[in-house]
Every structure is written in structure tokens, then in C-alpha cells.
Design a protein around this ligand. Structure first.
Ligand code: GCU
Length: 578
């Protein structure tokens, strides 16, 4: 799915700002035709969660309506007109001028509809988007699951989620209107490879509309200007460009080429789309992860999209702040735990040369009733995630789940299916599962590398770091002996209340968090088959209410407002060597 871009053939109108907003707890809106407009709305900011913008929506997971009037410029006459929502958590239904357009399930990936025959060009229009985030065991991620399927009876959370972050709700990313020509470039897929100094760029282009049987593809860089005529067979054109003496994309040198596709008819160029591409390869070879044929080690974090007031909403300044802190600390990588992050953040990751484990929102999975439906949803999310992020050089691994409760036999089939589904969509990247079961995880055999979350010294062996590190060391050795694959420790850490100190270190103090992280990094970095260390977590973040959470999960090495704890300074010494 291409991101809306403006050029001489295409226009974009960002509707971000204030929308009309009205709660619909009794779900009467559709019957009462709210899609044609309704009285009694208040203003709400988009993009942003609704939970912290008002006092009566904090834990509201029910149905709410968004309304926006907009004027479509006459210049859009004769074009195809589209409506695109960057993400709406969890389920959205869309109307334009009172006419139903479509619906989408899943709260962290974009969806779009062609609305040409529903809008008035050169006149005023209105969109209505109804969003709800009801927690259900047959949704992904799940909530309100039956007691027999709960990971532990102690886990009484409010709202009753089966995962450890707050279920922020609403329209979290931009709502765009955009236009394309009637004959247009629908999608571009780029897969790169390297052969000695050569850069290989394989492209696949899909067009729509009867006109435009041919076109051109251009690749431009500092020292190169290539172009090639393309021939469509039906709607598809494929081909290869080879860059002699290429500049490869890497964390040290995130170099971009500009790839431009032009669609032509007898009248000349009828559509154009450009995207920045990085030439690089990623593969598992033996015990290591190889970027551009060289072994790499991932240093970084599990993160969340989370901040006061905006909740999970897109915020450009926060994205820039987080990357500046990750560069300051010497990180080169992060995981989009536990859901796809904004396209805007992925673009900056490309530019800053970060390496990303890109994860679908399959957290808190369990294998009781509804397993088939959850599998269908996970496959949909993989389709949408890979369609959205496949051209990002920063994305190096797909993660199909975080910490599934996969002790039941049906989990094996579930993950074999998901692994194969991801590979069929993109064979150019390794696919993983982030496990908490470790040696007891039944499906690790299917995955290209192992990602493990471990909290010895926190949830078990509290305060006993020698014992904790011994257990970690033993388990990593055993896991590698069985699977003979690279292992990334994708979560480890400890809660620390900023400003709380103890000497010698004790749980919940900054000293204990720093000491645990230091000792874990020593164990991980002592093993040749370890491909990375991701601390949990980059910054404190909001969770559901729970007797073990003082409003926030406090395992961040930064506070929620991004102030460094002792552990941040320690990590800077370990990772940035200063
Ligand atoms: C798990 C889980 C995280 C959670 C963390 C914790 O590993 O993946 O989402 O926040 O544990 O308990 O802090």
C-alpha cells in the first residue's frame, strides 16, 4: 500500500485537526442516521486517543463517532478520490455524505476506500467514522478472555486486557483524502540484494485502469542515473536494475536511491510515484544475523507508542525525540512492540539507519475458543503490515507474535501457518516469534531465529542477580544447543521508580534496574550465537490498572516524559562506549 504523496498527477488533503465527536454507548447512531450528521458533538483532536482528552472517556471502550466536513477542490475533478485512515483502534465503519463506504478491523494499520462517486468535487462534503474498541476474546489482541484461558488468575486488570499496555482507543494516525489519475500506479514492491559491489534492485509494479500499457522506471543516486522502459503484462510489470559500485544502506550509512515509476499512454506520462529505497540484504547465516553479508548485533529496546494526553496518537516531535535519545544512548535497533508503529516513524527509522523488528498486534494470544478466528486475523494483519512496510530498508525481521500462551498443541499448527504465510508474502526477510516459554515453546523449530523475553531477577529470583544471571546463561546455552539458531534477547529489565535509590541495590530502585541490565548484557555479549539485546523498555508507559502497576509499567530506562534514569547513562557507556 503506497503512502499518499503529492505530485503533478496526485493531490493530498490532510484532515488532521479537530473533528466532531459523540459517544454512542447504546449503539443507536447508525439507526438514527448519525452518518448524515448529528447534534451534540464536542471537538476532539485527531490524531490522538480519545481516552485522555476528556474526563468521561478514560476507560471508555465503546462506540464513538467522528465527523469532519471538508471542501474538495475543483482541480480534483476527473480524478479518482480516496479516503485513507492511518489507524483507528479497534474497529471502524466509514460513511461519506451519509453513504456507507466500508469497514475495517484492527487498530494499527492503514485502510483506504475509493470514494469518487460519493463526493462532491468543488463542494462541501462530510465523513463520519464510527470507532469502537470493545475487548473480546476473539479479537487480536484479545481482552475479556474467559477465566480458564487467562494466563494467571492474579491477572485482574481494568480495562480487562490480556496484555500489558493500556488499550488506547480512537483515530491514532492521520486521515487523508488523496487523488490519483483514473489510470494509476497502485503498488510498487522493491526487493534488493548485493553481489560484491553491485546493488540488485528487483521491482514489481501494479497498475490499475485500462490505459497505460507501458512506462519507465528510474533509479537515481549520487553517482548513478539509470532508467528502463517497462512493459505491463496485464496490470503487472516486473524487472531488475543493477547498480554498479552501489552505496549500500546500513546503520552507519543509511544511503538512499530514489526510485521513480512513470505510467505512460499514447498521450505521454499519466501517473508518477517516487519512493526512497535502500539497497541492502538481511539474512540468517549460521549463528548470526547478517546485514550486507556482515554479522550484526542489535542493541536497543522494546518500545510503545505512548505519551500523556495523546495516548497512542501520532506525534512528530515525540518521534524525533525518541530517535535522538536512541542515537545518544548508542542503540541501533528497536522492536515495534506490540503492534505496527506509524508510517511516519518507519520513514525516520530508514533515514536514521535503525534496524527494526516489525511486529503484528498478536500479543496475549491464547489457544482456547476462537483460535481459528484469531489465526485469520493474524494473517490479515501480516497481509496489511507487509503490504505497508515491505519497502522499508529498516525493517529486517517480521515478528508474528509476542509471548503467546502457546502451551496447547494447537499452537504448533497456528504458528507453522503464520510463519509460512509471512514467508509467502516476503521471502526476503527472516521471520520470528517472540517467546516467553523458551524451551517449552513448541513452534520455535519453524522460525528463522529465536527471540526470547526473560525476567530472572525480577518476576522470579527477585534481588538475586547472581542466580538470575546463572539461570539466564544456562537457558541460553540449552536453547541454542537444541535449535542452533541465532538468539535475540528481546526483553529483559526491571522496574525503577525514577528518583528511588538504594545501596546495595533493591527492586524498584534505579540502581537495581541498572545493575540487572549491566549483568544481563554481560551474559548476552559473552555468547557468539546471540544476535542482539533489546531492553524492556525504552520509556515508562501506561498500562491497564493492576495491583502490580503504579499507573505505569516502570521498566523504562527513560521516564514516560523521556528523562533518563541511571540505567540510561549505564547503557550509553556500554553501547556508545562513553
Ligand atoms: C512481557 C511483555 C511486555 C510486558 C513485560 C512486563 O515480556 O512482552 O509487554 O510489558 O513483560 O511485564 O513488563
Amino acid at each position: 500500500m503506497l503512502y499518499p504523496r503529492m505530485n503533478e498527477f496526485r493531490d493530498v488533503l490532510d484532515l488532521s485537526g479537530f473533528f466532531g465527536f459523540k459517544l454512542d454507548p447504546d449503539k443507536i447512531g447508525e439507526k438514527e442516521r448519525w452518518q448524515e450528521g448529528v447534534e451534540g458533538c464536542r471537538d476532539i483532536a485527531v490524531p490522538a486517543s480519545w481516552n485522555e482528552q476528556f474526563l468521561d472517556t478514560k476507560n471508555y471502550m465503546g462506540l464513538a463517532w467522528y465527523f469532519k466536513k471538508f471542501y474538495l477542490p475543483s482541480a480534483w475533478q476527473g480524478k479518482l478520490i480516496w479516503l485513507r485512515v492511518g489507524s483507528a483502534n479497534y474497529y471502524a465503519k466509514v460513511w461519506v455524505n451519509g453513504k456507507f463506504i466500508g469497514e475495517h478491523e484492527g487498530g494499527h494499520l492503514p485502510f483506504q476506500f475509493e470514494i469518487t462517486d460519493k463526493v462532491i468535487v468543488g463542494g462541501e462534503n462530510m465523513i463520519a467514522i464510527a470507532v469502537e474498541n470493545e475487548l473480546s476474546p476473539t479479537r487480536v489482541p484479545p481482552g475479556n478472555i474467559p477465566a480458564e484461558d487467562k494466563s494467571s488468575s492474579r491477572n485482574q486488570l481494568y480495562p480487562n486486557v490480556h496484555f500489558d499496555f493500556f488499550p488506547y482507543s480512537g483515530i491514532h494516525r492521520p486521515v487523508y483524502l488523496f487523488s490519483t489519475p483514473r489510470n494509476y500506479i497502485e503498488d510498487i514492491t522493491v526487493v534488493t540484494d548485493i553481489e560484491n559491489k553491485k546493488g540488485i534492485v528487483d521491482y514489481k509494479i501494479i497498475k490499475q485502469g485500462g490505459d497505460g500499457e507501458r512506462g519507465y522506471v528510474h533509479l537515481v543516486g549520487d553517482k548513478v542515473k539509470l532508467y528502463k522502459e517497462i512493459e505491463f503484462r496485464g496490470n503487472l510489470a516486473k524487472g531488475r536494475l543493477v547498480v554498479e559500485d552501489a552505496s549500500f544502506w546500513s546503520p552507519e550509512n543509511p544511503y538512499f536511491y530514489e526510485l521513480t515509476v512513470e505510467l505512460c499512454s499514447s498521450k505521454g506520462i499519466i501517473d508518477r510515484y517516487s519512493l526512497s529505497i535502500g539497497i541492502r540484504t538481511i539474512e540468517v547465516r549460521g549463528n548470526k544475523l547478517h546485514l550486507n553479508k556482515k554479522a550484526i548485533f542489535l542493541k536497543g529496546f522494546g518500545k510503545h507508542e505512548d505519551f500523556p494526553i495523546i495516548g497512542r496518537g501520532l506525534n512528530h516531535a515525540l518521534i524525533i525525540k525518541d530517535f535522538s535519545l536512541m542515537k545518544w544512548i548508542g542503540a541501533n535497533s528497536f522492536r515495534t512492540s506490540h503492534y505496527p508503529y506509524s508510517e511516519e516513524m518507519m520513514d525516520i527509522a530508514d533515514k536514521e539507519g535503525f534496524l527494526i523488528i516489525d511486529e503484528i498486534p498478536a500479543v496475549g494470544l491464547f489457544f482456547g475458543k476462537g483460535t481459528e478466528r484469531r489465526l485469520t486475523l493474524c494473517k490479515q494483519y501480516l497481509n496489511e503490515l507487509i503490504s505497508r512496510d515491505k519497502n522499508h530498508p529498516s525493517v529486517i525481521i517480521w515478528s508474528v507474535a509476542n509471548e503467546p500462551h502457546s502451551t496447547k498443541p494447537e499452537a504448533k499448527h497456528f504458528f507453522k501457518e503464520l510463519y509460512q504465510h509471512a514467508k509467502n508474502l516476503d521471502s526476503s526477510r527472516p521471520v520470528t516469534l517472540v517467546s516467553m516459554l523458551g524451551l517449552k515453546e513448541q513452534s520455535l523449530e519453524y522460525f528463522d531465529l529465536i527471540c526470547l523475553n526473560r525476567y530472572y531477577g525480577w518476576y522470579s529470583e527477585p534481588g538475586q542477580l547472581d542466580l538470575a544471571c546463572h539461570k539466564l546463561d544456562q537457558e541460553l546455552e540449552e536453547l541454542h544447543k537444541i535449535h542452533r539458531k541465532p538468539i535475540i534477547l528481546t526483553e529483559f529489565g526491571a522496574g525503577a521508580i525514577a528518583g528511588l535509590h538504594a545501596h546495595p541495590p533493591e527492586l524498584f530502585t534505579e540502581e537495581y534496574q541498572a545493575e540487572l541490565i549491566k549483568r544481563y548484557c554481560e551474559v548476552v555479549e559473552s555468547k557468539p550465537y546471540m544476535a542482539g539485546e533489546h531492553i524492556w523498555c525504552f520509556a515508562d508507559f501506561k498500562t491497564a490498572q493492576h495491583s502490580r502497576r503504579a499507573i505505569l509499567n516502570r521498566k523504562g530506562v527513560f521516564t514516560r516524559t523521556r528523562e533518563p534514569k541511571l540505567a540510561a547513562h549505564l547503557l550509553k557507556r556500554i553501547w556508545a562506549g562513553s
